[in-house]
Design a protein around this ligand. Structure first.
Ligand SMILES: Nc1nc2c(c(=O)[nH]1)N[C@H]1C(S)=C(S)[C@@H](COP(=O)(O)OP(=O)(O)OC[C@H]3O[C@@H](n4cnc5c(=O)[nH]c(N)nc54)[C@H](O)[C@@H]3O)O[C@H]1N2
Ligand SMILES: Nc1nc2c(c(=O)[nH]1)N[C@H]1C(S)=C(S)[C@@H](COP(=O)(O)OP(=O)(O)OC[C@H]3O[C@@H](n4cnc5c(=O)[nH]c(N)nc54)[C@H](O)[C@@H]3O)O[C@H]1N2
Ligand SMILES: [Mo]
Length: 760
């Protein structure tokens, strides 16, 4: 049996395989992007909308967090940005009559793709206890329901306030303020599943949990290592920066189990030459085994240590701590073990070493390929060790570049969306608002699911995102969510989380980035922070999806008034009226935002937040120096006959939002239930290309998890490895399989076996 779409879902999943592509973007990219837009919103609206993407007077692309350069192109977006915009600016609508026709039991049987295709939600709706249909509800009544449930809790810590990374700075600041006034630090966010490992490793070693480079640094680098990232699909505009760096003489090393099209060759759709010819980007492709990166960087560090003059001794002496212990560990790195862990050859590693030694300005970029493993934090620390050895932090053209996902995920954290806030942040908040914030830590995403499962959390509120769709161990998570007394989703579009509800549920429709936001004081804008710490304004220009929609800041402000009542002296009404008054408070609470409104008025293009290691080689760590670390080398051990599975994104999705069923660059069409396996491995396991298999996850506690009916695709991945799309394979990731320290689900290293599908 080829496909197993949920019952009643007309969308057929029947994957076909064509040739793998070796170049990204170019004309096909532009055409695909515009086609998606036109289907959803028609030609005039398409043009009006796309011309405003990432312009100084327009809105921030709701796609990725890649920064915009100072000199902007007329069309500062990419194919996937266009899809993200079309998805939000669509003319399709989900109205109360839609809910009358589709009970929750029906929605629960639909695919995420189908749900997303229904359009923008127009009215607040409520699912009463025991009912199977969402019904229209007034905003007043919706907030009363939330207030009733929240005030009935035995402790504020029985409530969870989740944030996905599209939320603006203003809304995020209000949400964390509300949660803390209410009495909890339970502020899990998508970052917990994303770059938390980067934040953990960088905070400990450099003192700031963010990247240390600007776009300009990328352009000036002479070596860029891109490890565990697929920019051709997920950060297409990054390819322009890589192209520019190359034109100025930089070399690029890609470290990836898959040969990703964009990294091989890039056809820049914004230059006439690029449209046709394209530039080869990667100079050295290290086709690493999944999870082999720590071993690779450890050995490179040993080899640097052994090369005369290769260590920047002045930097090490002046700015670092822990060198001796680290050097002892690095010197013990073993060639044979590294070759086994990485699957690379000695020659490849020596070539990488020569490129590192030839470089003064080295940048390492990474994303989920490094952050979603058990040993992600020590892996990223090892990357930092290399840069510290070479003095490549706080030098122009050099540094760390964790490439963020959601367009404001970094800003949300800056605004205090964090279950483990620092005392300094809470002190400032308390002083500004005259409140007493709770000081004990709250729950992150995985702990939130455990708390719901164990009955310790009872109300779940989500500011965007698709919690049950994005989190691991789908069956466990959905059962946990169903135990909640109340689930509330502030959403633009339908998704799986609206069909997996607590005893009672609310869907609160909200404005997106592209929508015009008018409040009592006039037209509003919001602000966001990109992956490189640049803060700028975002202004929607389209009429909202319906008159009943409220903005995210308005929803939080009204909820706060309903829940906290007279007990709160925070001017929630004023915040809703005029977002500039929120920014005035942010300016007084969050370092780096002084004179926030004035600086935005002076330059709507925005300003850069301070970054001590980058700006002044100052390292606000526990030791006051940049810390070398010396963790034991780890890599996944895969038993005979098993594969190491990574769960990743296709070219046609935005996280749990599926735009379409094609993964153009990888040559997959018309379906998503595919598992990519090296031809030799597939043959040894007895699976021809085109055979159907169940993927069975094996976890250390002896439990198994099954994802049925995947088409096996013979694909040039690293030996012993496999790849399949998320969220379909989340069911295979055990809730307990998380990264040490950061607690991020280890969704890039799942041990699996393939079993013949019963109906094949
Ligand atoms: N169009 C589009 N854009 C997006 C998103 C989207 O879904 N669609 N999502 C956004 C979000 S939230 C995020 S976080 C980013 C995600 O951006 P990416 O991290 O690029 O996303 P993934 O598809 O998870 O790809 C992981 C990459 O790491 C590689 N990899 C896997 N395991 C390993 C490993 O052990 N070692 C190494 N070296 N490489 C490995 C994979 O082969 C793949 O190339 O993109 C953001 N932008
Ligand atoms: N197996 C596996 N699991 C993963 C990953 C993986 O690589 N593998 N990646 C992880 C990563 S990196 C991330 S970031 C998470 C993503 O987790 P989430 O951020 O929770 O998921 P999304 O799919 O991005 O959320 C999409 C929904 O957000 C809502 N939305 C969109 N725009 C807006 C808006 O402007 N306002 C509001 N209020 N709502 C809006 C829409 O209703 C839409 O359905 O998933 C994680 N899960
Ligand atoms: Mo992410």
């Amino acid at each position: 049996m080829a496909s197993k779409p949920p019952a009643g879902d007309p969308v057929q999943d029947a994957p076909q395989v064509t040739a793998v592509q070796h170049a990204a973007a170019g004309l096909p990219g532009v055409v695909h992007g515009l086609r998606a837009s036109q289907q959803q919103m028609g030609l005039g609206r398409t043009a009006r909308t796309l011309l405003k993407v990432n312009q100084k007077d327009g809105f921030d692309c709701p796609g990725c967090a890649w920064p915009e350069g100072d000199k902007r192109h007329v069309a500062e977006f990419c194919e996937n940005g266009a899809k993200a915009v079309a998805e939000e600016a669509t003319l399709r609508r989900v109205t109360p009559s839609f809910f009358a026709g589709h009970p929750v039991s029906d929605l629960a049987g639909r695919s995420g793709y189908w749900l997303g295709q229904q359009g923008r939600i127009t009215h607040p709706v409520y699912l009463p206890e025991g009912a199977d249909r969402y019904e229209p509800v007034s905003w007043e009544r919706a907030f009363e329901i939330i207030a009733d449930e929240l005030t009935a809790l035995g402790s504020a810590d029985e409530a969870l306030f989740y944030t996905s990374g599209r939320t603006s700075n203003e809304a995020a600041f209000l949400l964390q303020l509300f949660a803390r006034e209410f009495g909890t630090n339970n502020l899990p966010d998508c970052s917990n599943m994303c770059h938390e490992s980067s934040g953990s490793a960088l905070t400990e070693t450099l003192g700031v949990g963010k990247g240390s480079v600007s776009l300009d640094d990328l352009h000036r680098a002479d070596l860029i290592i891109v490890a565990g990232q697929n920019p051709g699909t997920n950060h297409p505009r990054m390819l322009s920066a890589l192209e520019k760096a190359k034109a100025a003489g930089a070399k690029i090393i890609s470290v990836n189990p898959l040969p990703e099209a964009g990294l091989e060759r890039f056809k820049n759709p914004q230059t006439p030459k690029g449209l046709i010819k394209g530039a080869a980007l990667t100079d050295l492709f290290l086709q690493i085994r999944i999870g082999g990166d720590q071993a690779l960087f450890r050995l490179l560090n040993r080899l640097v240590l052994e090369t005369d003059g290769a260590v920047d001794e002045e930097f090490v002496r002046t700015h670092t701590h822990g060198y001796e212990e680290f050097a002892a560990a690095a010197r013990a790195a073993d060639w044979d073990e590294t070759l086994a862990a990485t699957g690379l050859s000695r020659d490849e590693i020596e070539r990488a070493l020569r490129m590192v030694l030839d470089s003064r300005r080295t940048i390492v970029c990474w994303a989920m390929g490094l952050t979603q493993h058990k040993h992600s934090v020590p892996t990223i620390r090892e990357v930092v060790n290399l840069l510290l050895l070479r003095g490549a932090i706080g030098r122009p053209g050099a540094g760390v570049c964790p490439v963020r996902g959601h367009s404001n995920v970094q800003g949300d954290r800056t605004m205090g969306i964090f279950e483990r806030p620092t005392d300094a942040f809470l002190d400032a908040l308390d002083k500004e608002f005259g409140i007493t914030s709770p000081r004990h830590h709250g729950y992150d995403v995985v702990r939130s699911i455990q708390a719901l499962r164990d009955g310790e959390a009872k109300v779940f509120f989500a500011m965007g995102g698709n919690f049950v769709g994005a989190t691991p161990d789908t069956e466990v998570t959905e059962a946990a969510m169903r135990r909640a007394r109340l689930t509330v989703h502030v959403s633009t579009k339908l998704n799986r989380s609206h069909a997996v509800t607590g005893t009672r549920a609310l869907i609160l429709p909200t404005l997106g980035r592209t929508d015009k936001d008018v409040q009592a004081s006039g037209r509003q804008f919001v602000t966001v922070e990109d992956s490189m710490g640049l803060v700028h304004a975002s202004r929607g220009n389209l009429p909202p999806a319906g008159p009943a929609l409220l903005s995210e800041p308005a929803i939080v402000a009204r909820m706060a008034r309903a829940v906290l009542g007279a007990a709160s002296s925070t001017p929630w009404e004023e915040f809703e009226r005029d977002y500039a008054t929120i920014r005035d408070r942010i300016a007084r609470v969050v370092p780096g935002f002084e004179d926030f409104n004035a600086r935005l008025a002076a330059d709507p293009g925005g300003f850069a937040l301070p970054h001590a290691p980058r700006d002044e080689r100052r390292f606000p760590t526990a030791t006051g120096k940049a810390n070398f670390t010396a963790a034991p080398v780890e890599y996944p051990r895969v038993p005979e006959g098993r594969l190491l599975l990574q769960t990743l994104r296709s070219h046609d999705q935005y996280n749990t939002t599926v735009y379409g069923l094609d993964d153009r660059y990888r040559g997959i069409k018309g379906g998503r239930r595919v598992v990519l396996v090296h031809p030799e491995d597939a043959r040894e396991l007895g699976f021809a290309d085109g055979a159907y298999a169940d993927i069975v996850g094996e976890w250390t506690d002896g439990t198994e998890r099954r994802a049925p009916g995947f088409r096996v695709v013979h694909y040039p991945t690293a030996r012993g490895c496999a790849a399949a799309y998320y969220p379909e394979t989340n069911v295979l990731v055990p809730l307990d399989a998380t990264a040490d320290v950061s607690n991020t689900p280890a969704s890039k290293s799942v041990i699996v076996r393939l079993e013949q599908s019963p109906a094949d």
